[in-house]
Structures are given as structure tokens and as C-alpha cells.
Design a binder for this molecule. Structure first.
Ligand code: HPA
Ligand code: ZN
Length: 318
């Protein structure tokens, strides 16, 4: 199996539905409405996806819950041949984004990461992520959580959530704060907000990577800028198809972006929500665009070069 590097995975979004259902039952929380008849997460569009996502986070209430979640997620990723993952961690879903609580959750997540590395040989690094629709004030608190816990494991700061709420510049303080703490930066853009949101993000925030970014394809000058500036796109094709960002796999712009010299990488985003896995992403890319083992080798090389880990870790993975 091809050793895979994944740069865009939301930790809570990777929670298997059965894991969340069992946790909800243990705590007598009724979230039955977020599942369909087959027990999968059920939503009709992106707005509903975000609501279901937040409801699925409700039973995650203690550091121990996050320790178990991290172990379950990494075990699954390792089975898919993933050797290195960067996960978006949201202090907003760990005790309300308060630094005092976050300081209790982070060691539990890291403890699970150490255990998974020893057992399954998979390496995890964390990216603290603000949620855009929770607003710039909350993002500042999240950035402070990130800055206070930044080290060689907690290596990045990001922005996810509803991309059409507010503008990237609203979050400049948070990104500057994270950058000053030595964190590497990425932001979701160009999943829903169009090419202009990718442009606005690059203009306002000192990011090295963009989450999704696929709508940049509508603006040829922007595609050239991405290629020239060496911005890496964390592309999640299965997520885009499942949520209706593109109508089908054949219409996905990943191959066009790659052919234009943009650094594209492949990730799953929130795998159980989108009925995907890293192996399925690779299989679909191979079926749709004829990508071969050589293409995937090159793709993973690009991903590892753009990873937010230190060089010693990068060399060990390569
Ligand atoms: N987009 C924005 N926010 C998210 C996503 C996504 O695909 N997944 C989890 N949070
Ligand atoms: Zn995402």
C-alpha cells in the first residue's frame, strides 16, 4: 500500500458515528436526529453539515473522550496506509475555547498520539483551528490557546467553518498572534467563497497553505499566483463531491490545478461524513484522472514538503 501523508483532517469530523453514538448513550445525550437509518451522519447541505458536526461534538466532553477519539481516528488512518497526519484541533469543542480547559485536553490528545505512533507507526501533528462563524473575538481566544501551547508538536494555526461569514481580514489579529508564536498557518478558502475568497485570504493573512482552494480554478491569474508563490492546496475531492462543491469526480479541478503547476495534496477532511477514506480518495483519483503510483508518490512528496513538522520528523517519514 502507498504510504500516505494527510494534511487536512478535522479530528472531531473523523469520529466514527458509532463512537459518537456510544458516547452519547453513556452520557444520556439525545443526538439521534443527526443519524440516518443506517447510522450514518445525515445532512442535506453545508449549513446542515455544520450543525450536525457541532451536535456530534456534544458528547465529547472530557480529555478522556478526546484521548479515545484520537486513538480511534489514528488507528483507522493507519489502516489506510497513512504514515503522517495533521489534524485540526478545535479548542472551541474542548471546554468552550478556554485556555485553562484546552491545557487539560491537549495532553490527552498527545498521549493518544504517542500511543498510536508506538502501536501503528503513524505520526500526528496538531493545528489549532478557529471556527470562522463563531466570529473574530472567539478566534482571538483560540489563537491565544494556540500561541500558549505552540511547540514542536502543536505546529499550526488554522481557520475552518462557514467561509461565507465575515472576511479573512477580520481574523488578521489571530493569525498574526499565532505567527508570532512560531506557528505555521493555513485557512479554509475557496470551498464555498469563490476564487475571490482565496485571493482575499492570501491578501489578508500570511498563510502558506489553503484548505480546499479549489474554486481558484475560475480565476486563471489566481491559479498562476498560487503556482508562482508555491501555496499548497489541501484538496479534499471526496468532501467536495459529497457536499456538492462540484457535481461529480470528473468535474473536480484537482488535475487541472496540478497541471498548471499548483502544489496540490489530497486529504479526506471529515471521512465518515463523506463516506470516504484515504484509499477511496486515491482509487477515485486513479479511476477518474488515470493517476498512477508515480503520481501518488509525487503527490505525497509535495504533501510532506508542505507539512508543518520539523525537518527531523520530515526526514524520518520520507
Ligand atoms: N469546511 C469548513 N469547515 C469545516 C469543514 C469543511 O469542509 N469540515 C469541518 N469543518
Ligand atoms: Zn476542512
Amino acid at each position: 500500500m502507498i504510504p500516505k501523508v494527510e494534511l487536512h483532517l478535522h479530528l472531531e469530523g473523523a469520529a466514527p458515528p458509532a463512537f459518537i453514538r456510544d458516547l452519547a448513550r453513556e452520557k444520556s445525550i439525545d443526538i439521534s436526529g443527526i443519524f440516518d437509518d443506517q447510522g450514518h451522519y445525515a445532512y442535506r447541505d453545508f449549513a446542515e453539515f455544520l450543525k450536525v458536526y457541532e451536535a456530534a461534538c456534544e458528547p465529547l466532553q472530557t480529555p478522556e473522550d478526546f484521548r479515545r477519539l484520537t486513538l480511534a481516528v489514528l488507528e483507522q488512518s493507519a489502516e489506510e496506509g497513512v504514515v503522517y497526519t495533521e489534524a485540526f484541533l478545535s479548542p472551541d469543542f474542548c471546554g468552550g475555547g478556554d485556555v485553562a480547559a484546552w491545557r487539560d485536553y491537549l495532553p490527552a490528545i498527545r498521549d493518544a498520539a504517542d500511543q498510536a505512533e508506538a502501536t501503528h507507526g503513524i505520526t500526528l501533528r496538531g493545528i489549532v483551528t478557529a471556527i470562522r462563524h463563531f466570529g473574530p473575538d472567539q478566534a482571538r481566544q483560540t489563537a491565544l490557546c494556540a500561541a500558549e501551547t505552540a511547540d514542536d508538536w502543536l505546529t499550526g494555526f488554522g481557520l475552518a467553518g462557514a467561509e461565507t461569514v465575515g472576511m479573512p481580514g477580520d481574523f488578521a489579529w489571530s493569525f498574526d498572534c499565532a505567527k508570532e508564536a512560531g506557528l505555521r498557518l493555513t485557512a479554509h478558502a475557496g470551498e464555498w467563497g469563490g476564487a475571490q475568497m482565496v485571493r482575499a485570504t492570501l491578501d489578508a493573512l500570511p498563510v502558506e497553505r489553503i484548505g480546499h482552494g479549489v474554486q481558484a480554478i475560475d480565476d486563471p491569474a489566481l491559479v498562476d499566483r498560487l503556482a508562482e508563490d508555491g501555496i499548497t492546496l489541501e484538496v479534499c475531492p471526496g468532501s467536495n463531491v459529497a457536499l456538492g462543491v462540484v457535481p461529480n469526480w470528473a468535474a473536480h479541478p484537482i488535475a487541472k490545478l496540478r497541471n498548471k503547476g499548483v502544489k496540490v495534496t489530497v486529504s479526506t477532511d471529515d471521512p465518515p461524513f463523506f463516506h470516504t477514506t484515504m484509499r477511496r480518495e486515491y482509487d477515485r483519483l486513479s479511476e477518474t484522472f488515470g493517476w498512477t503510483e508515480d503520481d501518488f508518490f509525487a503527490l505525497n512528496h509535495v504533501a510532506l514538503a508542505a507539512a508543518f513538522c520539523d525537518d527531523a520528523t520530515r526526514k524520518r517519514i520520507a
